[in-house]
Design a protein around this ligand. Structure first.
Ligand SMILES: [Zn+2]
Length: 350
């Protein structure tokens, strides 16, 4: 099965990968077999390519990349009732042990035993087909394209963050970082009821894209302006009800409470590989609530529903797509982080 394989750090190849074909032969009674259609390139895929590791997850053996995917059901297990052959679907890439303590408590995303696509030693789905549990596979309405459906996975992070923040109608929010996750978080916060969302970044190109997404988004160039100054000036000195940290930068995290209103909530989204400084005093005088998120849980059907209804439009975030044959070049381009791009996708032959 021709797959996009990360052989080792900085070495990608598009080649037959017989090991995965053997694994894929068996379809369990509650599984479906899916022909992949569109796969988004995630920052984590690129990071494995350029660094060979993310924190404790190290690429020791060749691994297939990709985890943001949509496709078509081509075979169903004997006990699958909710899906049929020909259904267009998107897939949740993390599979927990359904009997684990975390899963039984409803927190399946933080099950220590979760198996997540393209996180070593688990293979991703930049390959023609995959076998996946039907319970983590979601049917698409006709008006949701494969490209939009492959955006559900990153969008799920934003929707989970907005859910954890407990957004109330009319809230004012700040999103630190205008990368793909910052932008889906801003859209999720607005869909959840925020009146406006200040999005700050150091890259003017990214802020232009942010500003064009929604009239409720206010871009703030963090090099030219004080984010806290702007937010305070426009909220009668009160501050933002919610601050989403979506940069993963220790410097941004250090000042995360500054634009926050008394009684507000900070949601930490960006991954921090090392311990960071955290202003406990600034949090204390605000009685700030701090939430941490790890991926997402229970939000895929909500994301599909919001894309279908038009409550969230992810199309402007998809800035480039490549044929599967061009996958290696697509990753080289993604690794160079072009400032005008948000999400690049790869389309498999059908
Ligand atoms: Zn991703």
């Amino acid at each position: 099965m021709k797959s996009l394989v990360l052989e080792t750090k900085e070495v990608l190849s598009l080649r037959d990968f017989p090991e995965i074909s053997r694994v894929e032969e068996s379809l369990g009674p509650r599984d479906v077999r899916i022909k992949l259609h569109t796969v988004g390139i995630c920052g984590s895929d690129v990071h494995y390519y350029t660094h060979g590791r993310i924190g404790p997850f190290v690429v020791k053996d060749p691994m297939i990349l990709g985890h943001e995917a949509s496709g078509t059901v081509i075979e169903v297990g004997t006990q699958v009732t909710q899906l049929k052959i020909g259904d267009r679907v998107c897939m949740e890439p993390g599979i927990p042990d359904p009997n684990s303590r975390a899963a039984r408590l409803g927190m399946y995303n933080i099950d220590p035993a979760v198996r997540f696509w393209a996180t070593p030693p688990v293979h991703g789905i930049l390959r023609p087909t995959c076998v996946h549990p039907a319970d983590y596979t979601y049917r698409l309405p006709d008006n949701v394209s494969f490209a939009e459906a492959a955006m559900v996975e990153p969008l799920a992070v934003g929707v989970h963050a907005a859910t954890k923040a407990r957004v109330k109608p009319g809230d004012v929010a700040v999103v630190l970082g205008a990368g793909p996750i910052g932008l889906v978080t801003a859209l999720s916060a607005l869909a959840a009821g925020c009146a406006r969302v200040y999005v700050s970044d150091l890259a003017p190109g990214k802020l232009e894209i942010a500003a064009a997404l929604h009239p409720g988004i206010v871009p703030v160039d963090a090099r030219a302006h004080s984010l806290t100054g702007v937010v305070k000036a426009e909220t009668d000195g009160w501050g933002a009800d919610i601050v989403f940290e979506a940069t993963g930068s220790p410097q941004a995290a250090r000042t995360v409470f500054e634009p926050l209103a008394p009684g507000g909530c900070v949601v930490m989204i960006g991954g921090q590989p090392d311990p960071i400084q955290y202003d406990a005093g600034a949090a204390m005088i605000r009685e700030a609530r701090v939430e941490n998120i790890f991926r997402y849980a229970h939000v895929f059907p909500r994301c599909v529903g919001m894309i279908s209804s038009g409550a969230i439009d992810v199309k402007p975030l998809i800035t480039r797509s490549f044929d599967f044959d061009e996958s290696v070049r697509a990753f080289e381009i993604a690794a160079s982080a072009p400032p005008q791009d948000v999400k690049m996708q790869i389309v498999l032959p059908q």
